[in-house]
Design a protein around this ligand. Structure first.
Ligand SMILES: CC(C)(COP(=O)(O)OP(=O)(O)OC[C@H]1O[C@@H](n2cnc3c(N)ncnc32)[C@H](O)[C@@H]1OP(=O)(O)O)[C@@H](O)C(=O)NCCC(=O)NCCS
Length: 175
């Protein structure tokens, strides 16, 4: 199967998507479309089978900012002490039928390339993700690290761990 990564289109049928995580599925089916097409607050990228165009997985990203001072991470110490631009992976999920076949990794890599584009276009210091407990090790595989305290973290979502990858590491990974 040849996997293609492309932006969500209005004609894409999302109703059957099932990753095994109710919240990841609900977001994709109910909100990914309106967030991208109506509100324009976050774009969704799909991994599809390039011949059938079946949806294998998705990642939703949004531009965001982080108060780096709150992070106390050595990589970010050089930056000025005000909120800095980051790319935030809001959701990432792979349909159960296609998990463990490299789809999640391909989507994640595409997000890292987006961060490089963002860095060149408007500036970006890294990629951040609110990782679900089960996915922390998935992100660690790609060199993401756990962030200690992050300004902007939602206190109502304690089951998530904020993880990050600095642009310096992203450039190293994609070289
Ligand atoms: C987590 C998830 C996105 C991974 O996608 P996937 O397509 O199954 O992952 P891949 O096949 O691309 O795996 C890439 C690598 O990560 C590893 N990996 C995948 N899921 C993992 C996990 N949960 N924990 C640890 N490692 C994981 C794989 O073993 C693989 O390693 P390898 O290259 O050495 O073989 C997917 O399982 C999923 O959608 N889960 C439910 C929803 C979810 O938890 N989303 C994350 C929200 S933050």
């Amino acid at each position: 199967m040849k996997i293609e990564i492309r932006k969500l289109e209005k004609r894409d049928s999302r109703a059957d998507f099932s990753s095994g995580d109710i919240e990841i599925d609900r977001f994709f089916i109910k909100f990914a479309g309106q967030n991208q097409f109506k509100h324009k607050i976050g774009n969704t990228y799909l991994a599809v089978d390039s011949s059938s165009q079946n949806i294998l997985g998705y990642a939703t990203v949004t531009s965001s900012s982080m108060n780096i001072e709150a992070l106390e991470l050595s990589e970010f110490k050089k930056f000025p002490n005000y909120p800095l631009p980051v790319l935030r992976i809001a959701r990432l999920g792979v349909d159960k039928r296609y998990q463990s076949q490299g789809v999640g990794g391909k989507l994640l890599k595409k997000m890292l390339y987006l961060a490089i584009e963002l860095e060149e276009l408007v500036g970006c210091v890294g990629v951040f993700v609110d990782a679900k407990d089960d996915a922390v090790d998935f992100y660690k595989k790609y060199a993401f690290e756990i962030a200690p305290v992050v300004d902007g973290e939602f206190p109502t979502r304690p089951i998530q761990t904020v993880m990050y990858l600095s642009m310096k590491t992203i450039h190293k990974i994609l070289k």
